[in-house]
Design a protein around this ligand. Structure first.
Ligand SMILES: Cc1cc2nc3c(=O)[nH]c(=O)nc-3n(C[C@H](O)[C@H](O)[C@H](O)COP(=O)(O)O)c2cc1C
Length: 204
């Protein structure tokens, strides 16, 4: 069995895809990995919309300031933060700020909802990699947060039947890498980002 760390080391963003289709059962496995991710008090404030139609992928590409991998992907997962889920889970009834994002700051629910979606996104990306499927996280797109392309954003929400309380947080593109190339990880060194507690030592 491959160690998870080896998979993490070999995963990379894939932006050019061949025309091979991803089997439905593999797409389901990827979505299942997202569904099983952990969240604050198990609130699971997320929805994942699998998009395969060319028309919707084109619209999402437009929303992503024209990024071609969005329209060229075999499938796209639109990851949505569901800001109403906290109310449904009765977390907003809790009177302790540490346990209730609504009491933390003006945009507490929005901030913590967007935070939760990071975990399923990571799980889905790794599950895709384990199945030999390339993926790329798309964060550069118009939304309530970025205030870019508001009209396209409204069209996307309408097309995907999203509610006002559904905030698109991330788009994941999926497909088989066109020309497989080795992974070249460009990361800060271990010592630049990891510190073992040492009293009196200032972290730069
Ligand atoms: C939150 C987030 C947003 C990103 N947005 C984009 C994007 O809009 N377009 C893109 O091509 N890559 C995007 N990426 C991919 C990063 O550029 C990529 O993960 C980073 O350069 C490291 O490369 P690697 O994934 O190949 O290890 C995003 C990644 C993250 C985590």
């Amino acid at each position: 069995m491959t160690e998870l760390l080896d998979l993490i080391k070999s995963r990379k963003s894939v932006r050019q895809y061949n025309r091979k289709h991803i089997p439905d059962e593999d797409l389901r496995k990827i979505l299942e990995a997202g569904r099983l991710a952990p969240s604050w008090m198990n609130v699971q404030c997320w929805k994942f919309i699998l998009v395969k139609s060319q028309e919707s992928k084109d619209l999402l590409s437009e929303l992503s300031v024209g990024q071609p991998q969005v329209k060229n992907a075999d499938a796209v997962i639109v990851c949505v933060a569901d800001t109403e889920a906290w109310e449904e889970a009765k977390i907003t009834h809790i009177q302790k700020p540490a346990l209730n994002p609504a009491l933390q700051c003006e945009n507490g629910i929005l901030i913590r909802s967007l935070e939760q979606v990071i975990y399923p996104v990571s799980y889905m990306m790794l599950e895709a990699a384990s199945l030999g499927i390339g993926s790329c996280i798309i964060g550069a797109f118009g939304s309530e947060i970025t205030k870019v392309l508001p009209d396209v954003y409204s069209s996307v929400k309408q097309k995907l039947n999203l509610k006002e309380s559904h905030i698109i947080s991330t788009i994941i593109t999926l497909g088989y890498e066109e020309t497989p190339t080795p992974t070249d990880k460009k990361r800060k060194n271990f010592d630049e980002v990891v510190y073992f507690e040492r009293i009196g030592k200032v972290i730069p």
